[in-house]
Design a protein around this ligand. Sequence first.
Ligand code: PMP
Length: 453
Amino acid sequence: PALIAGVNRARLQAFATREGRRFAQSRPVTRKALEKGAKTYLDGVPMHWMRDWPMPFPMLVAEAKGARLTDLDGYGIDDFCLGDTGSMFGHSPAPVAKAIRKQARNGLTYMLPTEAALKAGRLLTERFGDFRWQIATTATDANRFALRVARAVTGRPKVLVFNGCYHGTVDDAMVELHGGQTRTRPGLVGQVTDLSTLAVSCEFNDLAGVEAALKSGDVAAILTEPVMTNSCMVLPAPGFHDGLRRLATQYGALLIIDETHTISSGLGGYTGVHGLDPDLFVVGKCVAGGMPTAVWGLRPKVAEAFRAYDAARPSGHSGMGTTLSANPMQFACLVANLSEVMTAENYARMEKGAARLHAGLAAVIEKHKAPWHVVRVGARVEFICAPGPLKNGAEAAAAHVHEVEAALHTGLLNRGCLIAPFHNMMLVSPVTRKRQIDRLIGAFDEILTELFA
Ligand code: PMP
């Protein structure tokens, strides 16, 4: 077809080529440094997702301050990716940086708690509710451990996840719905187990599908984000979360809420703002202000059931925990972040900025009559290159238009704005300035003017 996401294909092609060339030509220092230094890495990047950026070669970061990066060639860039949420509160928030400096003189890891650990526990409960907490290093790990507990206390094998979900590199969640059947995602590297024996996939917002899956009696837990944020953003239909809670209870499954991205919603995450009632709660990425930390918590009655299970199991490797987790640096950062950064005032700033961004992008889309839309959950904004709203993961997958997105991302970067690479996600931190938001809206308008002329 001549049109892709409403854009003339030839025009898109020309734009993509021009923007790719512009990025490469304007970064001689970066290019030279990569040519000299990247060879020791597999495929030239230290973590293979870094190949998924759409630019001809990665940007090398020289400095990060507030919501702004400077690259090796000296370009200042407004950062709306913010480490894909790890730096949602801005780069090196001052209280966190101060806590790091102080702890840096006092050991980095002991495999023993500190007094700050006790304070962090109190703060976690204050922020997120009455859970029995555990500290992990990544949200992936936190989800894995939460799932292990759910299987342990229910004695059931499967996790129910939603088509198009992402919960980190948790093997069990790497399934998709294909012709009504759950199957292992075909792209999963080196996978040797048929994951449909461990997981069942349903469509988001489909309570009848969830009930049918739960009826089989083999589901230990529903693992879900409150809003699907990892494909194109899909909001829950009214009553969906109440339905999940009711069905989980009715069929004896536990409800695990993964707030790793929806922590953008406001104080206490989506759970806090909308009054969800999970059995297990997970949040990672920005919870300690960017220091690699994740937390997971069990409701007291789940904790009690687990305690009984734990006391009866043969001693030995539990499959939970990692050596460097719950280290003193994490606690120092957790305390600083929870008490001084993840505050109502900061969330109010983020909300205000994100609303401005949402309205600005929506107006540009309207102006150019693009068949696109914008969605937002608190500080997290996403434009989607298809009409909306989207109902589920299948629709979200169909709404992805990689060629358009890749060209747009490079085009935005050439205009000084960085957004997340995997889809069109933008975060507004408490230190993101109004003028940065307006620059992004302006850049978006300039690009759509070219694409939709
Ligand atoms: N849960 C959700 C909802 C996520 O979006 C992600 C990462 N994008 C994770 C878990 C995993 O986080 P990490 O890669 O830090 O382990």
